[in-house]
Design a protein around this ligand. Structure first.
Ligand SMILES: O=C(O)CCC(=O)C(=O)O
Ligand SMILES: [Fe+2]
Length: 225
């Protein structure tokens, strides 16, 4: 029997995974997910195509397109000097607003970072995972700002591993990020190691705008001029 307040939301409650790290299942509605998936297809059309960044000579399995600032291992530039030299697209205002709503959702308006209204991300890394893609344990530490990172997921679910700030090894927790989920990490968790050991092919829900694969958007404040 389907219920008004879906069983899947009741069985996947919002949770503070670690201090400052908050998982909010089903935060984006399906129509919002589908609309963002359409924007992803526009961003992927250029001027800078999604690319597998080279990490110590090896291409990542994830392909990334950036907005606002271009990330390459391990710095931010305005031009994608490791792809085609083109300037990346600006970060759209609607994504800044989504970032503020996300931070307010995670921490409340009096919470960390002085409340959602102060949060002004200036870069988005938009990752596409095919069924083989994964991401090793890493810290997001190329930003000069310690403002929270806001993560949005669309399409196939994944296993998201969220660890500690000291080492890429245990202790860590594995959780499932599904289409529409929000994850925010800031404060004491801002520099926690995290990664994506695998995606779960075939789990993209109907209506999310993506038949297969996974889109993850992380919003960041680079702290750069
Ligand atoms: O795909 C994810 O959920 C995490 C992505 C990530 O950690 C990153 O882009 O730095
Ligand atoms: Fe990351």
């Amino acid at each position: 029997m389907s219920t008004l307040f879906g069983d899947e939301l009741l069985s996947r409650p919002r949770r503070e995974v670690a201090p400052g790290a908050v998982h909010v299942p089903g935060w984006l509605r399906p129509d919002q997910q589908a609309w963002i998936a359409d924007r992803f297809r526009e961003w992927a059309a250029g001027p800078v195509p999604p690319r597998a960044a080279l990490v110590r000579g090896h291409p990542m399995s994830v392909r990334t397109v950036c907005l606002g600032w271009h990330w390459q291992p391990y710095r931010y530039t305005r031009e994608a000097t490791d792809v085609n030299g083109a300037k990346v697209l600006p970060l759209p205002d609607w994504l800044v607003r989504v970032g503020r709503l996300a931070v307010a959702e995670a921490y409340g308006t009096d919470g960390l970072a002085g409340g959602g209204l102060e949060y002004t991300p200036d870069a988005a890394l938009v990752n596409f995972y095919d069924s083989e893609a994964r991401m090793g344990m890493h810290q997001d530490k190329d930003e000069a700002s310690l403002a929270p990172v806001v993560s949005l997921s669309i399409g196939d679910s994944c296993v998201f591993r969220f660890g500690n700030t000291q080492t890429r090894a245990k202790p860590y927790q594995d959780l499932t990020l599904e289409s529409g989920d929000l994850f925010v990490f800031g404060g004491p968790s801002r520099l926690a190691y995290h990664g994506v050991p695998s995606t779960l092919p075939g789990t993209a829900p109907p209506g999310c705008g993506l038949e297969s694969g996974r889109i993850n958007i992380t919003l960041r404040a680079t702290g750069l001029e």
